[in-house]
Ligand binder design. Structure first.
Ligand SMILES: [Zn+2]
Length: 253
């Protein structure tokens, strides 16, 4: 008998979720990694909640821009982008951007958010992306994955049960920025919305940089759409929380 992990523990369908908690290390990551899919799901009636872990205040090469000014600017950019994509609620953890995230705290706050808002699916950046150098991405992705795996267990992060929250199990974890995608969502009808949402982040993507990024993303989406019966696709690694522990074949599931 072939040991296909997904035969034993089925892979959930992201499009069947009814409430999606989208987690990003910085303002702009969700638009780049999943903007068209978020627009598609919100227009299909899915509830979409965004959690941004850092304030984005280190996203500049220009020291004449203060951190507080940049953080405020990026919050405004995110609000505009989220409105374009149809996001229902924006939550901010407001940690300082720049690589010093306290892992256990972030994990507890993400777990608390899952227990409070009860999403059926969590969307987070893939922390196992080869060549990802930014530790905000690695820690946010790891914390999101661990929270998604363990939020149903009462002895995990008991500090947020003391506030009256109950353990809560989600059934779908989807990773954007994944090198091991297994799900390709038809993004063709929502691509313009994704690009418009990226354009909101003018502090990060001035004209030429923004143009190159959007051209690359579009070319990549065309590649991802091959064999999917669509013209542009966003790619995700979609797993059940069961897959997130001990299985050495989960990467190819
Ligand atoms: Zn980022």
């Amino acid at each position: 008998m072939k040991a296909d992990l997904c035969e034993f523990f089925p892979r959930p369908d992201l499009l069947q979720a009814d409430h999606l908690l989208c987690i990003q290390p910085h303002p702009d990551d969700l638009e780049i990694g999943a903007g068209a899919t978020i627009a598609r799901l919100s227009r299909a009636g899915l509830k979409v909640t965004w959690l941004t872990v850092t304030d984005g205040s280190a996203g500049t090469y220009d020291q004449s821009v203060s951190r507080s000014h940049l953080a405020l600017n990026r919050r405004g950019e995110t609000e505009k982008a989220a409105a374009i994509l149809g996001v229902d609620a924006l939550l901010w953890l407001d940690y300082p951007d720049g690589g010093n995230l306290p892992y256990e705290e972030i994990r507890s706050k993400i777990t608390r958010t899952i227990r409070k808002f009860k999403p059926s699916a969590v969307l987070v950046c893939d922390p196992w992306l080869p060549y990802e150098a930014h530790s905000d991405h690695i820690r946010t992705g790891r914390a999101g994955a661990e929270a998604a795996f363990l939020s149903g267990m009462p002895y995990f992060c008991p500090e947020n049960l003391e506030e009256g929250l109950e353990p809560y199990k989600i059934n779908t974890v989807a990773f954007y920025f994944s090198a091991y995608p297994n799900t390709f969502i038809d993004a063709s009808a929502y691509w313009d919305l994704k690009l418009a949402a990226i354009d909101c982040h003018a502090s990060q993507f001035p004209a030429e940089k923004g143009k190159l990024l959007k051209e690359y993303l579009t070319a990549r989406a065309r590649e991802q759409a091959q064999n999917q019966n669509c013209s542009l696709a966003e790619a995700f690694k979609v797993l059940s929380p069961h897959h997130l522990h001990i299985f050495e074949t989960a990467w190819k599931c």
